[in-house]
Design a protein around this ligand. Structure first.
Ligand SMILES: C[S@@+](CC[C@H](N)C(=O)[O-])C[C@H]1O[C@@H](n2cnc3c(N)ncnc32)[C@H](O)[C@@H]1O
Length: 238
């Protein structure tokens, strides 16, 4: 009997954003839960589980074999989008990594995005790098969500090819939108408030340390900048 895969809240939210009938490439797939679950739900036509490390690649292959999906999910070893053929995937998910790594995977694999209708990206930290990449590369941020699981908070960002219209023309406002997420900044759900109150507390701690140092001009400038961020983080987490 095929093992039914159960997803945690974070990956369930990711799967909910995958369009039906997609050819899904899940990059950094590790255990391949996302493509395996999507196949079991009849959501995707085909899947590719990409992994740069042998251990996780073997875990992915074992999971695919366990659910008897070898004919629909290809497990491939390689760096980022290099595992894909040109115009192969219609949806790409990249989850559970830092925002700067997700951005660099997208940047180095631009030539593989030709047929991609949707990017589902789940940065563990530094989501602003992912939003910036989308904005600078002709992708519209179409949805954002944030979930809390085991006391951790995760953002999930969805991009589609097209002209961006969600960001403010005002540079200062746009920078805050890139940091907090334009949709999340509007709706401010509880996990969002928790995330940013924690970030404000971290900055507060750093500011406390800085206050004990020699007050050079550069340090004072940094403190002013950090206070501005901390105050904004506190404001949005009210
Ligand atoms: C923390 S795990 C996340 C696994 C899964 N995506 C999830 O969200 O639960 C990150 C995975 O990304 C893989 N990885 C890191 N850099 C990668 C790259 N450049 N290309 C492909 N996989 C990568 C790692 O080997 C690791 O298995």
């Amino acid at each position: 009997m095929q093992e039914r895969i159960m997803l945690d809240k974070r990956l369930k939210q990711v799967v909910d954003y995958i369009p039906k009938g997609s050819i899904l490439a899940d990059i950094g797939s590790d255990h391949a839960y996302v493509p395996c679950y999507a196949v079991q739900q009849g959501l995707i036509a085909r899947g590719i589980a990409g992994e740069v490390n042998v251990g996780p690649m073997e875990a992915a292959q074992a999971q695919v074999d366990l659910i008897g999906a070898r004919d629909v999910i290809d497990v491939r070893l390689g760096d980022g989008l290099a595992v894909l053929k040109k115009d192969e995937a219609t949806c790409i998910s990249i989850c559970g990594m830092g925002g700067s790594l997700i951005r660099s995977i997208l940047e180095s694999g631009k030539d593989k995005l030709g047929a991609v209708e949707r990017l589902v990206l789940q940065p563990n930290v530094d989501g602003q790098y992912v939003r910036e990449w989308l904005l600078e590369n002709g992708y519209r941020l179409v949805e954002e969500s944030i979930v809390k699981e085991n006391d951790k908070v995760y953002e999930i960002l969805v991009g589609e090819k097209g002209e961006e219209d969600v960001y403010s023309a005002d540079e200062n406002e746009r920078n805050w939108q890139l940091l907090f997420g334009p949709f999340l900044l509007q709706s401010r759900p509880e996990p969002f408030k928790l995330k940013w109150s924690r970030e404000a507390a971290k900055l507060d701690y750093v500011l406390g340390q800085m206050a004990e140092g020699v007050q050079s001009e550069a340090l004072v400038r940094k403190q002013t900048e950090f206070k501005r961020y901390r105050d904004k983080m506190r404001e949005v987490s009210q």
